[in-house]
Design a protein around this ligand. Structure first.
Ligand code: M6P
Ligand code: ZN
Length: 185
């Protein structure tokens, strides 16, 4: 491929890019309160939780994949909107995040050992070292928008991340959030 310059649009979209839209019905398994999921689907229909604008880069060694992610504000029960979260299929690959707008948390965990929770958002840069699964949570009232870059051949392993969870639930409080440890993490 040739070099390129893409546009970063005001709401965080990248152009050109491939757009992935994650709706609640498709990611419902990440939420603890399945009754709340059913209620939303029944009463308001499906809900767009987040979008990924993926740069058009080959998934090949040597390339750097990049995207922006826009997580819309909201809760499911008392849990905030968040990404599915994943390990890299090639575990020895890292990722860099740059917060562009909003307020969030970066949840990290290894397959064995403790998890980590970092405050992340506009003006902050996050580093996900090799071997750590990563999930992002929007704890604010506006979209959480961030840019990410990682080795393009890293791949996504959602299955292990779903099986292990992230060790912690992020619950909304009137004036912020509370972390609640998940059982068996
Ligand atoms: C970040 C990166 C992407 C990821 C996106 C959404 O921007 O980590 O690789 O696709 O978040 O997260 P997920 O793939 O876990 O739904
Ligand atoms: Zn990743």
């Amino acid at each position: 491929m040739e070099g390129l310059v893409a546009h970063l649009l005001p709401h965080g979209q990248i152009e050109p890019s491939l757009v992935l839209r994650r709706y609640l019905s498709e990611i419902r398994g990440i939420y603890r309160d399945q009754e709340a999921v059913n209620k939303i689907l029944r009463e308001e229909g499906d809900r767009l939780v987040y979008e990924v604008y993926l740069g058009e880069v080959p998934e090949a060694e040597g390339h750097v994949a990049y995207c922006t992610t826009v997580i819309y504000p909201g809760t499911v029960g008392d849990e905030f909107h968040m990404t599915k979260g994943h390990f890299h299929a090639r575990r020895d690959t890292a990722e860099v995040y740059l917060g562009l707008r909003g307020k969030g948390l970066l949840l990290l965990r290894r397959e064995q050992g403790p998890y980590q929770v970092l405050e992340f958002g506009a003006g902050l840069l996050g580093y996900v070292p090799p071997f750590w699964a990563h999930r992002t949570v929007n704890i604010g009232d506006e979209p959480l928008v961030f840019f990410a870059a990682w080795p393009a051949d890293a791949g996504h392993d959602y299955v292990t991340a779903e099986r292990l969870g992230f060790g912690v639930f992020v619950r909304r409080l009137l004036d912020g959030y509370r972390l609640e440890e998940a059982l068996g993490s």
